[in-house]
Every structure is written in structure tokens, then in C-alpha cells.
Write a protein that binds this ligand. Structure first.
Ligand code: ADP
Length: 404
């Protein structure tokens, strides 16, 4: 079965074409600067063939025409006809309270995604552009939506509500939803598979530390709490996002700096986080290099970053009444031994005995990094969100075919 996985942004399309039965990626790449000057497509084929094609790509539909044309081209292609694509899986950002899991995209569910656009005005409309364009171009091929939010729909009300007037929840759906659901779900299940333990009886904390970062408490196979909220700004410190801030500080900043809603949004999403504190970069590698050279703000930003993750681990251990497995994933979680070590420092009171030696130098591979006698098993589990989307898409299409 060949499944095309799409992640559509406002001016970009990220894609991967999977041969899911073989467990392989036939081609992957990105169409960038859609509707802007200098648009291009970058593709990498399974055999390592790489190409960058420039062209005038005015909208998502022409971006897809460009990329599908390349997939069937004689020189660069990986399939001989578009009918070889069995299904399309879309990464969708916000499913609100409507979507508890992945779904087949028909008129009703597409309307449901449209209705969630108010909750994610930057993301859902861009995701929808991809759905509309693919419906036009490949009308006979089933499409499936996989939501960043749906894994967290198991959170209980006392965990997802904000202590704001209840009417705001009823009127606008103002509550915590959480994101990175495919990643938290995948790495937690994968860890239990590796350890050969029952997923549904474990207390797990998953740290997804990438440019965006979130941490989730998973109890008995269900998301109990997660650090991102109504939007992906809440919680951990991220590359350019602030994470938790006193709401009172925000109203004060708006008043003092005389800025409006949209400037505040930019400040919180693009100018804050590790970049905002260090003044150097949002890229952890650059900040770590500067810290190693003694840059004080870089050192401070790393300390704040690690401290925030530790605080959440403590909170989630309390929320679940303990923790059995702690997982690191995402670009930083998978590749930064130093951050993992600092985050796990002095956690013996929790029953966590970190193995510094095993952790040192390890990047991007599945590994247990706690000592044998540790009550909490600490692991690195590289995430693979596209693979999860492809397999969910296959499952939904197979269920449909079986008439379920
Ligand atoms: P995204 O959220 O965009 O998918 P990633 O999961 O790819 O992001 O994570 C990107 C982050 O991972 C960047 O801050 C990058 O610096 C960091 N990273 C990647 N490799 C390393 C490394 N070897 N050491 C420290 N940080 C790393």
C-alpha cells in the first residue's frame, strides 16, 4: 500500500510517500514559498537522488501538481501512475473537541475541520488548502485526517479547563487541547513494546523536545495532562515560544509597549523562548556552543529550559502518583545528551537513577539510559510522526474497505 503523507502550512507542503507494507519511504521533500517569489520543490528519493526544482508555484493546487508530476516523471519519479497512490494522510493541527481520533475525510468531517479553524487560525486553513487541492487532483483516492490534538482528548476536565469564566469555554471552546499527539502516542507505545510491558498499566512521561516542545503524562494508556494548551504556546520553553508566562505580565507588556493582539502574538511565538533569552538563536546547538564559550545569557537560557522540563516532570509524577517510564524524543530530546543529563539530575527521590555513562554521546537511537536498578526507566525513543500518520491512514482505509 502506498500512502502519501502531507503536512500543509500556509506557504509550504511537506510530504513523504510511504510504501507501508515494505516499511519504506519512496520519496520525501518540501514545496516552499508557495505564492511567493522564488518558490521551489526539494525532493529526495529512496536511492539518495536529490533535486531542487524552481518554478512559479502560485497556490497549493499548483504545488501539488508540481510534486505529483515529479513523482510520476521518468527521470525523478518513484511510481508510474498516480493511481498507485492508495491513500493520502493529512497532518491536521486542531480537531477541537470534535475529533477524538483520526478520520476519513468526507464532506461532514471536512466541515468539522473547517469549524475548528477559529481555534487554530494560522494552521487549520492551511491544512484545509491541502485537503481541497487533493480532492480536486485525486478525487478517487481516500483521504484521512490525523490530528495533533486527538490523543489528548482523554484529558479529564479538571486537567483541561482554565480557571477563567466558564462561559468562555461554552462560547468559544477556550480550554487546553494539547498538541504533538501523534508523537507522544507513538513514543510511549513504542517504549512499552521495547520493554515488553503492558501500555495500559503504566505511568509514562513523554518529553517531546524539538523546536516546539511539549511534555505529556500518560496513565493507563491515556493522556492525563499535557503542557501545551489552547495553542502551542503554553508549557515548556521552546525555540522561539515563551511557554508559561503570567497572563498579568502580558497585559502589562501590551500596555507599556503599546502593542496590539497581533504584535503580542508575534512576540510570544517568534521572539521569545530560547531565542528571546539568549539573543543568539532558537537552534539549541548554537546556544549550547555559545554557553560552552561562557556566554551568560546562553547559559541562563539553557538552565531555564532544563528547569522548566524538570518542574513538569515533578508535577506529572505527582499527578499520576508516580512514574514508571520517562521518554525523551524530538530533535533535542533525541540528540542532546547534556540536556537529558541536566533534566534528570538529582531525581533519585523519584526512584530515577540516571546512567550518565550510557547517555554520553548518544544521538537519535532507541536506548535505555537509566541504571538497571532504577525504578523509573529512562529512554530515548526517536519519534516518527509521518510514519504514525501513514499507519493511521492505512488502518482507517482498511476499516472502511471492510465496511466498519
Ligand atoms: P521540529 O519541532 O521543527 O520538528 P526538531 O524536532 O527537528 O524540530 O528539533 C530541532 C531542535 O533540535 C533544534 O533546536 C536543534 O538545535 C536541536 N538539535 C538537533 N540536533 C542536536 C544536537 N546534536 N544537539 C543539540 N540539539 C540538537
Amino acid at each position: 500500500m502506498k500512502i502519501l503523507v502531507l503536512n500543509c502550512g500556509s506557504s509550504s507542503i511537506k510530504y513523504q510517500l510511504f510504501d507501508i507494507d515494505q516499511g519504506s519511504v519512496l520519496a520525501k521533500g518540501i514545496v516552499e514559498k508557495i505564492g511567493l517569489k522564488g518558490s521551489f520543490l526539494k525532493n529526495e528519493r529512496f536511492d539518495g537522488d536529490k533535486v531542487k526544482l524552481e518554478g512559479e508555484i502560485l497556490d497549493h493546487q499548483s504545488g501539488f501538481e508540481f510534486l505529483l508530476g515529479m513523482m510520476i516523471s521518468e527521470k525523478r519519479g518513484v511510481i508510474s501512475s498516480l493511481s498507485e497512490i492508495d491513500a493520502v494522510g493529512h497532518r491536521l493541527v486542531h480537531g477541537g473537541e470534535t475529533f477524538q481520533g483520526s478520520c476519513y475525510l468526507d464532506e461532514v468531517t471536512i466541515k468539522g475541520v473547517e469549524d475548528c479553524s477559529d481555534l487554530a487560525p494560522l494552521h487549520n486553513p492551511a491544512n484545509l488548502k491541502g485537503i481541497y487541492a487533493m480532492k480536486n487532483l485525486l478525487p478517487d483516492i481516500p483521504q484521512v485526517g490525523v490530528f495533533d490534538t486527538s490523543f489528548h482528548q482523554t484529558m479529564p476536565d479538571y486537567s483541561f479547563m482554565y480557571a477563567l469564566p466558564y462561559s468562555l469555554y461554552k462560547k468559544y471552546g477556550i480550554r487546553r487541547y494539547g498538541f504533538h499527539g501523534t508523537s507522544h502516542s507513538y513514543v510511549s507505545k513504542r517504549a512499552c513494546e521495547i520493554l515488553a510491558v503492558d501500555y495500559k498499566s503504566k505511568k509514562i512521561i513523554t518529553c517531546h523536545l524539538g523546536n516546539g516542545a511539549s511534555i505529556t503524562a500518560i496513565k493507563d494508556g491515556k493522556s492525563l495532562d499535557t503542557s501545551m494548551g489552547l495553542t502551542p504556546v503554553e508549557g515548556l520553553i521552546m525555540g522561539t515560544r515563551s511557554g508559561d508566562v503570567d497572563a498579568g505580565a502580558l497585559t502589562l507588556i501590551m500596555e507599556k509597549e503599546e502593542i496590539d493582539y497581533s504584535s503580542l502574538n508575534t512576540l510570544l511565538n517568534k521572539h521569545s523562548g530560547v531565542l528571546g533569552i539568549s539573543g543568539i538563536s532558537s537552534d539549541m546547538r548554537e546556544v549550547e556552543t555559545a554557553a560552552a564559550e561562557g556566554d551568560e545569557r546562553a547559559i541562563l537560557s539553557l538552565k531555564m529550559y532544563q528547569y522548566r522540563v524538570r518542574k513538569y516532570i515533578g508535577a506529572y509524577a505527582a499527578a499520576m502518583g508516580g512514574v514508571d517510564i520517562l521518554i525523551f524524543t524530538g530533535g533535542i530530546g533525541e540528540n542532546s545528551p547534556d540536556d537529558r543529563e541536566k533534566i534528570c539530575e538529582n531525581m533519585e527521590f523519584l526512584g530515577l537513577e540516571f546512567d550518565k555513562k550510557v547517555n554520553t554521546g548518544v544521538r537519535g537511537k532507541e536506548l535505555i539510559i537509566s541504571k538497571k536498578e532504577s525504578r523509573v526507566t529512562v529512554m530515548i525513543v526517536p519519534t516518527n510522526e509521518e510514519w504514525v500518520i501513514a499507519s493511521e491512514t492505512r488502518d482507517i482505509v482498511e476499516q472502511m474497505k471492510a465496511g466498519k
